[in-house]
Design a protein around this ligand. Structure first.
Ligand SMILES: Cc1cc2nc3c(=O)[nH]c(=O)nc-3n(C[C@H](O)[C@H](O)[C@H](O)COP(=O)(O)O)c2cc1C
Length: 200
């Protein structure tokens, strides 16, 4: 079915849940509207309040606005299909994590086993805030991590996790035929497949 920005979301929750969770989804059609640094910061502010192990806050973000030199470099790191739609977004945020943690009062930094997990929570907060603010954030793993890490000059002891492609949702007519067919909120496995009462 063809998707337009005004198309109704047909996702159905199996259990009562706030509508923000089913209304957030990851479009590929973006209008090309630019984002300001302040608009991106407002989304990162939500990420900042994510929970993390020992409140370690291992997430790190490198921001590329449309037109920044880093914008071109990050687009260049993407696989061709991802690049084709991300080129019409307003900002790309490289989401990285710091691998080490130092306990309060201790100088010695030790490996933080939760750095990637915690950074995933921060990404989710970013994505939710984008959706609530009238933007859309589409996560991306389909890019050359080494190339992108060089572009953002990723410091030692950091991992590049993903790119968050953010923009104003556009009409699916902007997409290629293959991507247009997929441009709709998708479903989920039933909870009965994922959760057990008691042990697995
Ligand atoms: C870490 C991560 C990597 C992803 N990589 C890609 C990608 O390379 N290309 C793409 O089109 N979508 C990518 N996605 C989007 C997922 O396919 C999408 O989130 C998933 O299908 C659920 O759909 P929804 O976000 O619309 O609810 C990625 C999402 C995440 C969280």
């Amino acid at each position: 079915m063809r998707q337009s920005p005004s198309m109704r979301n047909t996702r159905q929750a199996d259990h009562p849940v706030d509508a923000q969770f089913t209304e957030r989804w990851s479009p590929r059609a973006f209008t090309g509207e630019a984002m300001t640094e302040a608009e991106v910061m407002a989304l990162l502010e939500a990420a900042r309040w994510a929970p993390s192990s020992n409140n370690g806050q291992p997430w790190r973000f490198a921001i590329a606005l449309r037109g920044d030199p880093l914008w071109d470099a990050l687009l260049d790191s993407m696989n061709p299909t991802n690049r084709s739609w991300a080129a019409h977004a307003g900002a790309i945020v490289a989401v990285a994590s710091y691998q080490l943690a130092a306990r309060a009062g201790s100088e010695a930094a030790k490996p933080n086993a939760m750095h990637a997990f915690d950074t995933g929570a921060a990404w989710a907060y970013l994505a939710m805030q984008a959706s609530l603010s009238g933007w859309a954030a589409h996560g991306m793993g389909g890019f050359d991590k080494e190339q992108a890490a060089r572009a953002i000059r990723l410091p030692a002891e950091h991992s590049l996790q993903m790119l968050a492609v953010i923009g104003r949702r556009g009409d699916a007519a902007l997409l290629s035929d293959a991507l247009r067919e997929r441009e709709a909120p998708n479903g989920r496995r039933p909870l009965t497949e994922l959760a057990v009462r008691g042990s697995f």
